[in-house]
Design a protein around this ligand. Structure first.
Ligand SMILES: Nc1ncnc2c1ncn2[C@@H]1O[C@H](COP(=O)(O)OP(=O)(O)OP(=O)(O)O)[C@@H](O)[C@H]1O
Length: 281
């Protein structure tokens, strides 16, 4: 791989983020090494998106430090921030493609941040960029869809187009915010496998938020669990069991209503029954 760094590529220390009276992140520490594939696991509202948005400078911490690729993100001036963001690609739950453009045009837009001037249509991009876009489309298995409108594709295919678009940045870090939350199980598996393969092939550092424990368990190198904005779990994926994840979530749960949500998420029937029979405390 073409990049080698010894210090962590992402280093979040003591980050707290308040939105008014809502504490979205609570003294979060997270250190990610180059090439690591990390899952941020947590229920809705646990702070996953907010943490990812701090890594690419879309949010500023209320307190604490966010270092990415050797730079303190909140202190970067707009130009330096743009350059840094060029090295950090992001994919989203809702894909964020332009529906009326072709698949190829959508992928090409991934190169816009490093090209000068506006571009209209495939032929307005330099040949090398067009070739790269087709190569990335081939990598995600959608070369034959290049000239189809993006909104004619299935959800899973659209997410793969979004991944190809992200690769146009030649990123060092890929942030994926619930990339499979709106996909069926089969498409989810395909997208997750693709991200894993690309990470391994390119030595890409990946931080991916998920709420599905089952997907998280079989996927990355490490699972970081968030709850109410705080890190409650940070363990290598190898050897970690569903019960262990459950125990940690359970230990920090305060009400049976919360435990019901977690049990449903985990598909843990026994726990669900127990939570139902206890009623709200
Ligand atoms: N811009 C904002 N203004 C006010 N509150 C916010 C803002 N962004 C996030 N929050 C709040 O911060 C908390 C964490 O939200 P966040 O979106 O990071 O969670 P999440 O784990 O990504 O959940 P989801 O998967 O549902 O998006 C929530 O209580 C949310 O309502």
């Amino acid at each position: 791989m073409h990049r080698t760094t010894t210090s962590p590529v992402i280093s979040v220390s003591g980050v707290t983020k308040d939105f008014g009276t809502t504490r979205a992140l609570d003294h979060v520490d997270l250190s990610v090494e180059q090439g690591e594939v990390v899952v941020l696991l947590g229920l809705s509202g646990s702070g996953k998106s907010t943490l990812l948005r701090h890594v690419n400078g879309l949010e500023r911490p209320s307190s604490g430090s966010v270092r990415v690729l050797g730079q303190e993100v909140p202190t970067l001036r707009p130009r330096a921030l743009r350059t840094m963001r060029g090295r950090v690609a992001m994919v989203f739950q809702q894909f964020e493609l332009v529906p009326a453009l072709t698949v190829l045009e959508n992928v090409l837009t991934g190169a816009l941040s490093r090209l000068r001037g506006p571009r209209l249509g495939v032929w307005s991009y330099p040949r090398a960029v067009r070739t790269a876009a087709l190569t990335h489309l081939d990598r995600v298995g959608l070369l034959e869809k290049a000239h189809q409108r993006a909104d004619e594709l299935s959800g899973g295919q659209q997410q793969r187009v979004a991944i190809a678009r992200a690769l146009m940045q030649d990123p060092e870090i890929l942030l994926a915010d619930e990339p499979v939350a709106s996909l069926d199980p089969e498409s989810s598996a395909q997208v997750m496998r693709l991200i894993r393969e690309i990470a391994a092939d390119d030595g890409l550092t990946v931080v991916c938020s998920l709420h599905q424990v089952d997907i998280a368990l079989g996927w990355g190198d490490r699972i970081v669990g968030l709850r109410h904005g705080a890190v409650v779990l940070d363990l290598p994926t190898a050897g970690i069991s569903k019960a262990q994840v459950m125990e940690i979530y359970g230990r920090v749960s305060t009400s049976s209503a919360e435990i019901r949500v977690i049990a449903t998420e985990l598909g843990d029937v026994e726990l669900l029954d127990a939570a139902r029979s206890t009623g709200d405390r």
